[in-house]
Write a protein that binds this ligand. Structure first.
Ligand SMILES: NC(=O)C1=CN([C@@H]2O[C@H](COP(=O)(O)OP(=O)(O)OC[C@H]3O[C@@H](n4cnc5c(N)ncnc54)[C@H](O)[C@@H]3O)[C@@H](O)[C@H]2O)C=CC1
Ligand SMILES: O=C(O)C(=O)Cc1ccc(O)cc1
Length: 367
């Protein structure tokens, strides 16, 4: 039987997930639902979904998997609605919201119905909104955080990762509280600050219009994210309230310190403020998407020879080192190919390196 996946909320993220999953699993039937009939219509005409429904109560009970991809507050309300519906036993429900604690708390109420909720957050996106901005490869190489609670059986986590692996994202498990602290710091607080900068320029621009015209270049770069969906960001702030209140207090303290340095004309402290920030910024993992955690990737030169991949994997399996991802980067005839092996930790990476070098493999890490 073809698996039915219901996507609720056909915007940038719902549409991008639909495209990635359809590409990975062409036999899956993807049904879309959106409160805005125009979004459903557009998703169908762009062939992002197979069909749309106008009544959630008709489709939800038939779905094997339900993905909630509306703004956080709406997703929570949808969970309340799902709780009233006769869902398929074993149905897997996940969300993509940028905050996790309140959504997961609500999702946990579904377990007594014989369905499973696993919180999720793909750490990639854009300031663009709407299904027309969807991209099949939006999540490629990005981190995808999953926040399963203790009620979630392993088999359901595996099922979810099997579906979402079509996104080619890298999975990380966090508890909802840790997720919200991390996301607050690296995403939500910066968003508030970017929007705050825009407000400050706008206020001045009312008096001196030239200033807004000059606000190109660097200003545009650091404030790009302020063009994102206000509804989505309203919900994020309301659902990460305590974390953000603490972080805003810390931020004000840092700004207060800067203010004092300027008042004191303390050139040494001002220099250090920038030098330390530069140093830290320069050391962030330089991957295209997401700077939450480093990758533990090892590259191995392998001869173009049958069985070479199983030789490498068997060697590591024997040493009980688990590989989280494996990819052949280049394998043309008669030349060496390159195998990219990803590990969970630096310790696993170093151990793997040792074992491979022992067997005369050439290994190297990303610069
Ligand atoms: N935009 C981004 O870069 C990222 C967003 N997220 C999360 O993904 C979720 C969706 O964000 P986007 O796709 O960017 O927003 P979007 O604005 O592009 O799409 C949201 C869609 O949800 C629909 N919707 C709203 N309430 C609904 C309801 N009650 N029932 C059904 N549909 C409803 C809207 O009509 C809209 O089509 C949010 O929870 C956000 O926090 C996560 C990662 C990145
Ligand atoms: O536009 C960008 O650079 C983003 O950072 C998009 C984004 C917005 C919200 C998220 O929860 C995750 C990613």
């Amino acid at each position: 039987m073809r698996r039915r996946i219901l996507i609720i909320g056909l915007g940038l993220i719902g549409g991008s997930l639909a495209l990635a999953v359809k590409k990975g699993y062409p036999d899956t039937t993807i049904i879309g639902y959106d409160i805005d009939p125009q979004a459903s219509k557009l998703a169908k005409s762009l062939q992002i979904i197979d069909s749309s429904v106008s009544d959630l109560a008709i489709e939800a009970p038939q779905a094997d998997v339900i993905i909630l991809s509306a703004p956080v507050e709406s997703s929570i309300k949808i969970i309340d609605k799902l709780a009233e519906m006769p869902l398929k036993q074993g149905c897997l429900i996940t969300d993509v919201g940028s905050t996790k604690q309140t959504v997961v708390e609500k999702g946990n109420q579904l377990f007594e119905k014989g369905v499973y909720f696993i919180g999720g957050h793909p750490m990639a996106g854009s300031h663009k909104t709407g299904v027309e901005a969807s991209r099949e490869r939006l999540f490629e190489n990005a981190f995808y955080i999953l926040t399963p609670t203790s009620e979630v059986p392993n088999s359901k986590m595996i099922q979810l990762q099997n579906i979402l692996k079509a996104t080619k994202a890298k999975f990380i498990e966090l508890d909802p509280e840790t997720h919200d602290r991390f996301a607050g710091l690296i995403s939500h607080l910066p968003h508030i600050i970017a929007s705050g900068l825009v407000h400050q320029v706008a206020r001045q621009g009312e008096k001196e219009p030239l200033v807004s015209q000059l606000a190109a270049g660097g200003f545009r770069d650091v404030t790009r994210i302020a063009s994102a969906s206000p509804a989505m960001w309203r919900d994020i702030l309301l659902h990460n309230r305590d974390t953000l209140l603490t972080m805003l207090a810390d931020w004000k303290e840092i700004m207060h310190d800067v203010e004092q340095m300027i008042i004191d004309e303390d050139s040494e402290k001002i220099f250090s403020f920038f030098a330390e920030a530069k140093n830290t910024r320069d050391q962030l993992p330089s991957k295209k998407k997401g700077a939450l955690m480093p990758f533990y990737d090892l590259f191995v030169d392998v001869p173009d020879h049958p069985g070479v991949i199983s030789d490498v994997t068997a060697l590591l399996a024997e040493a009980e080192i688990s590989i989280t991802n494996i990819r052949i980067i280049e394998a043309r005839e008669d030349i060496m190919g390159v195998l990219r092996l990803s590990f969970r930790s630096e310790e696993d990476l170093n151990l793997a390196k040792e074992k491979l070098i022992d067997q005369m493999y050439d290994t190297y890490e990303a610069p």
